[in-house]
Ligand binder design. Sequence first.
Ligand code: ATP
Ligand code: MG
Length: 419
Amino acid sequence: MKQSQLFTKTRKEVPADESAKNAQLLIRAGFISKEFAGVYSMLPLGLRVLNNIKNIVAEEMERLGSQEIIMSTLQNKEVWEMTDRWDDEKADIWFKSKLKNGTDVGFGWSHEEPITNMMRAHIASYHDLPRYVHQFQNKLRNETRAKSGIMRCREFIMKDMYSYCIDEAEHMDFYNKAIEAYLNIYRKVGLGDLTYVTSASGGVFTDKFSHEFQTICEAGEDIIYVHKDGTVAINEEIFNEETLQNLGKKKEDFEAKKAAEVGNIFTFGTGKCEQMDFFFTDKEGNKKPVFLGSYGIGVTRLMGVIAEIFSDDKGLVWSRAVAPFAVHLVELGSVEDTTVRAEAQKLYDELLTEGIEVLWDDRDLRAGEKFADSDLIGIPTRIVVSSKTLASGTFEVKDRATGEVSMVSRAELSSMLKN
Ligand code: ATP
Ligand code: MG
């Protein structure tokens, strides 16, 4: 894409009404637009990052055998009344409204009940199980505090998946596979070393423990205790004698760290399906409640955490896996030297043919401004084409993460970008 055509502008000043680093940088670089506290729109660059993250998540969900759907945002009160969760004061984040005829409707903050209600029509016997479904859906939550930028929004994209199994054994088998799939996702987006499977309370969903995926991050709102061997992490909410005994660990072997919850998975068991009259016929012809699990990833929050962690004083530092473009092609001095434009065009066309996504800064601006924008936007590889590089027969390549600059030939450039 030519940068002269990109409608978004970068800005030097930090937005006065934004205290979170992720939102400050994403707004300054033109990735997101703030509508009001906790509510953000995705601009072209931001949407490209979000879609890259979504694709990584989608691939892992499909590998688990899950099928993608999209449920509605407007929800039926009666469905939530089946499980006494319409007026549940623990779920005080509902946005609610009324139809013209007075009927109550809810704006989906979660989808266990509507999805489970929908699945009832499609599952009748053990032949129909197990089944897994997921969606990428805008959740609306009336959050009390929204000061963490896109890490805590009043409207955000969640990937939620639900598993329907015949019994606990079948469920646990899938649950463990889901843990592996989640860890693959965090590894692929570059957060593998910082993300821990963390034992946590069941929250509003269940009385038992759940597992959170917590990424060590100063801007996170949670405290987790990480064991010195790195294999066990416990949310502070349940960091007590009982939990430690359960896990066979000693208190003094843990260290407290700030973290952001980037995912959360729950074993519901059969309770909700019993409440919702969701039964299947087993092999012996007996009626049994379906065994339910639920698996969330905050896609928007994940993008915010990546922006928090992978950034420096100059701006964002995207990894290849999630970057809006692989290459930032910066042409310099094309007004004085018309061969520069022709060379930039040639390289742009060739890279596109090689399947490499390029943002081409073809704007008539000073080098300093172009470089500052390039650092702020944070595309992993910057390539400069100028009369100087033309004269040397090489391209100047800068790695955004390390700052390393090298002069490379056209052939070297291609092999560099393939890796
Ligand atoms: P939190 O404890 O942070 O309030 P939660 O436990 O209510 O989150 P879940 O209902 O389990 O969250 O949602 C699944 C995932 O969605 C979370 O793990 C988190 O990554 C993300 N998420 C939850 N609330 C928000 C929000 N307000 N803004 C952005 N992402 C969110
Ligand atoms: Mg949670």
